[in-house]
Write a protein that binds this ligand. Structure first.
Ligand code: SF4
Length: 321
């Protein structure tokens, strides 16, 4: 992580109070980061104790309390937002070497022309990934995504435009975790090979278990009468128009719909509301990744359209534009 640009901006702007937002996986560094800022700039530092899951997740209260907010770990988003000018994004990069994982993945690839995608933590290795594939006689295609991402080939858990923007039959995802490669497979309906640079493990993504879980959730929501439509207060997740559309759709089909505006989607909220199901217009990962935490089925907007009989055909992944 390179704090220098942030330190420069703090000094130039003469910020007296600096907010720091840091994702859960890096939170243990918060004390060291705060001390470094205090020592090098003389500013007073306030660290956000709330969870931070993505660049979309700017702590607006902290923005109001501080002169400048350092948002660590994610690439910049939300240009044009009212409080955006106060936020300085400091990306975090993984040091892990990608060569071995990409070499292993090349053995699993079934075509000679593949789309390459990754997350911001590994995006600085893209040139190396392309080179390794080319030495194996594989053409690597890398495309830019939309406004939510900054780098060619970068995907987010809620946005796979960089993958959809290309005409290939197969993808290589380089990064950690299962969610993003699964997202690429669901968004593109193509074969995806995942290569983890930390472990060196490679695998072909199997989207079937996730699809079974999602159609199971849709089926369980079939009898729901009272349904909450969740709308996030977080600037990069707020989809109020979509939420209103979902509420109207449910009402048309005789459901009792309630719009719920909230900062964090938590199981207790749904228990206390006493609803039978929810449609989540906030981060798509809440429904797809965290369903087991919740007492009632949580559907994405496209899944709710399937339930209401308004959407047919292949599974459609919820993405935030
Ligand atoms: S909406 Fe979810 S997946 Fe997208 S950037 Fe925010 S936290 Fe990440």
């Amino acid at each position: 992580m390179d704090l220098d640009r942030a330190l420069d901006l703090i000094k130039k702007s003469r910020a007296k109070i600096v907010g720091v937002q840091i994702p859960e996986g890096l939170k243990r560094m918060a004390t060291a980061v705060a001390k470094e800022i205090e020592v090098k700039t003389d500013a007073e530092v306030i660290v956000s104790g709330d969870p931070c899951y993505g660049a979309c997740d700017v702590d607006l209260d902290l923005c109001r309390a501080a002169d400048l907010v350092i948002h660590i770990g994610h690439s910049e988003m939300l240009e044009g937002d009212q409080l955006h000018d106060k936020v300085v994004y400091v990306e975090a990069r993984m040091r892990a070497d990608v060569k071995e994982a990409v070499e292993n993945a090349a053995d699993l690839l079934s075509t000679r022309r593949v789309g390459v995608v990754t997350t911001v933590q590994h995006v600085h290795r893209m040139e190396e990934i392309v080179e390794v594939l080319e030495t194996r006689g594989i053409e690597a295609v890398v495309r830019s995504g939309g406004d939510r991402t900054r780098y060619p080939g970068q995907v987010l858990g809620c946005n796979y435009e960089a993958a959809r923007n290309m005409d290939v039959e197969e993808y290589l995802f380089v990064g950690t975790g299962q969610f993003h490669p699964l997202g690429v497979a669901l968004a593109t309906k193509k074969r995806v090979v995942a290569a983890d640079p930390v472990t060196g493990n490679v695998s072909v993504v199997d989207a079937l278990p996730m699809l079974k879980r999602r159609y199971g959730a849709i089926a369980r929501a079939g009898d729901a009468e009272r349904i909450a439509v969740l709308v996030s207060k977080k600037p990069g997740q707020k989809r109020m128009d979509l939420a209103k559309k979902m509420a109207a759709l449910g009402e048309e089909h005789g459901k009792k719909m309630v719009l719920v505006y909230l900062d964090r989607v938590e199981p207790d909220v749904l228990v206390n509301l006493g609803v039978d199901a929810a449609v989540c217009t906030a981060c798509p990962r809440i429904a797809l990744d965290d369903q087991t935490k919740y007492p009632v089925p949580i559907l994405t907007p496209p899944e709710f359209e399937v339930l209401m009989g308004e959407r047919k055909g292949d599974y459609f992944l919820d993405e935030v534009e």
